[in-house]
Design a protein around this ligand. Structure first.
Ligand SMILES: Cc1cc2nc3c(=O)[nH]c(=O)nc-3n(C[C@H](O)[C@H](O)[C@H](O)COP(=O)(O)O)c2cc1C
Length: 176
């Protein structure tokens, strides 16, 4: 199965995961910015990797639109985010907000925890994080998750790990 990994990455976490996946599957890799529908025509499987941004799976709408009329189109999505892997409710809610019931069944999807990188973040993202931190700090009666989140977003951190690609890699190997 000829496979390509296409990644959309602002601060580098998704790029790193995409590189690990491409290395493991020994397949081609492309940055989202350079990719066109034609450039992936010769592939049987697209693995699309991106970040979760304020609850949205970034760039997914455009990809889905591009292939809306191609019923033979095979795509697996992986999304990176600051949410810890254990927060399954939050992660499932995010998938449900970004995929229809039909899409959830059609497109296998995987979550990989990453972190925050203030040094590589864009200006607007930094501003959003600042506002979010302020809202959290002013909130009274914070629950444990909110306290943890408030501590975590104070500075850059990295909780990504190569092992988190394994469920996706095993899934792809099982497709062959
Ligand atoms: C403004 C902003 C909003 C974010 N929203 C979420 C979110 O809703 N859920 C989540 O898990 N992570 C969220 N994150 C964390 C990013 O998803 C995480 O850092 C991601 O791995 C970045 O990918 P990249 O380095 O490839 O750009 C957010 C980060 C920023 C800066």
């Amino acid at each position: 199965m000829k496979t390509i990994v296409v990644y959309k990455s602002k601060s580098g976490f998704t790029k790193r995961y995409a590189e690990w996946i491409a290395e493991e599957l020994k397949c081609d890799i492309y940055a989202y910015e350079n990719f066109t529908q034609n450039s992936i025509a010769k592939y049987d499987l697209l693995i699309y990797g991106t970040r979760i941004h304020a609850g949205k799976v970034d760039g997914l709408k455009k990809i889905k639109k591009l292939f809306a009329n191609d019923k033979s189109f095979n795509m697996i999505v992986f999304a990176t985010g600051a949410t810890p892997s254990e927060a399954e409710d939050v992660i499932n809610k995010t998938w449900k907000a970004n995929f229809s019931e039909e899409e959830l069944k059609r497109f296998p999807h995987f979550y990989m925890q990453s972190g925050l990188n203030y040094e590589k973040m864009g200006l607007i993202d930094r501003l959003i994080m600042k506002i979010f931190a302020k809202i959290l700090s002013r909130k009274k009666d914070k629950n444990l998750d909110e306290v943890g989140c408030e501590q975590a977003i104070g500075s850059s951190y990295n909780i990504s790990s190569r092992e988190y690609i394994l469920p996706l890699v095993q899934f792809v190997r099982g497709m062959k």
